[in-house]
Design a binder for this molecule. Structure first.
Ligand code: GLP
Length: 241
C-alpha cells in the first residue's frame, strides 16, 4: 500500500487525476470504477479539464459505479446517477450505453458477473465514510461480500443528510459493490480529506483488519494508493510526503 500525504484537497485531486489519466491512457478500453461523495469532485473536475485539453478520452471506456441509493430515480438530484452526470459523465465523451450502476432490483450480484464479463475493473476509485465504510459497505460487511442491497448505518444517514432538504429524505437502503467486488479491482485509489476522516483513516490503514472497519480490507490488496491531506492523515504514525 502506498500512502501519500499531500498538502490539501486540491493537491489530492490533481495527483489523483494524474493516476486515473495515466490508467486511462494505458487502458483506453478498460473498465473503470467510479465513486461518488464530495471527495472525488475535485478529481472529476481535473479529469474534465484533461479531457477538454485533448489529453484523455472516455470514448472507449466502460464505467462501473460503486453504489447507488435504493428508491431514487436517475433524475433525482441526490441519486448517484445524477451526481455522476453532473460532475463527470455529462462533460466528457463517455458513451451512455457503457455506463453501469449496480441494479437495485433483480439479482444485484449479477453486477459482479457483468464486471467480470467486461474484463474486470482496472482501477477503482474510493472515498471513505467517517465510520470506515467503502462504497456503502457499512461496518460488519463481510470481506467476501458481493454486490447487494444493504441498510445504511445511522451515522451514514446523518453524514449524508447535509445533501438532502430534510434528514428524513435520506434513503435507508442502498445497493453497493461488495468488499470482495472492490478487492477484485486490479488497482485501487482511495481518497480522504479533512479532519472528520482521520479516525477512519487510522483504523483502515493501521488498525487490525476487521469487518468492523470495512476500509481495513484494503490492507490485503496488492495495489492500493491512498491520497490524504494533512488533516485526514493527522492520526497516522507513518506517512510519506
Ligand atoms: C458516501 C458514499 C461513499 C463515499 C462516502 C464518503 O456515503 N456511499 O462511496 O465514499 O460516503 O463521502 P464524502 O466523500 O462525501 O465524505
Amino acid at each position: 500500500m502506498v500512502i501519500k500525504c499531500l498538502e490539501d484537497y486540491d493537491a489530492i485531486s490533481s495527483h489523483a487525476a494524474d493516476i486515473v489519466a495515466a490508467a486511462i491512457i494505458e487502458k483506453p478500453s478498460g473498465v473503470f470504477g467510479f465513486a461518488t461523495g464530495s471527495t472525488p469532485v475535485g478529481l472529476y473536475k481535473s479529469l474534465i479539464a484533461r479531457y477538454q485539453r485533448g489529453e484523455i478520452s472516455f470514448s472507449r471506456l466502460t464505467t462501473m459505479n460503486l453504489d447507488e441509493y435504493v428508491g431514487l430515480s436517475a433524475d433525482h438530484e441526490q441519486s448517484y446517477r445524477f451526481f455522476m452526470q453532473r460532475h463527470l459523465f455529462g462533460h466528457v465523451d463517455v458513451r451512455p450505453e457503457c455506463i453501469y450502476f449496480p441494479p437495485e432490483s433483480g439479482e444485484p450480484s449479477a453486477f459482479d458477473d457483468l464486471i467480470q464479463s467486461k474484463g474486470g475493473i482496472e482501477l477503482q476509485i474510493l472515498g471513505l465514510g467517517s465510520n470506515g465504510h467503502i462504497g456503502f459497505n457499512e461496518p460488519g460487511s463481510a470481506f467476501d461480500s458481493r454486490t447487494r442491497v444493504v441498510g445504511l448505518a445511522s451515522s451514514t444517514i446523518r453524514d449524508n443528510a447535509r445533501f438532502f432538504e430534510h434528514s428524513r429524505d435520506v434513503p435507508h437502503q442502498a445497493v453497493t459493490m461488495g468488499i470482495r467486488t472492490i478487492l477484485e479491482a486490479r488497482q485501487i485509489l482511495l481518497l480522504a480529506s479533512g479532519a472528520n476522516k482521520s479516525d477512519a483513516v487510522v483504523r483502515s490503514l493501521e488498525g487490525p483488519q476487521t469487518e468492523n472497519v470495512p476500509g481495513s480490507c484494503l490492507q490485503s490488496h496488492h495495489n492500493v494508493t491512498v491520497l490524504l491531506d494533512d488533516a485526514a492523515a493527522a492520526g497516522l504514525t507513518r506517512n510519506e510526503k
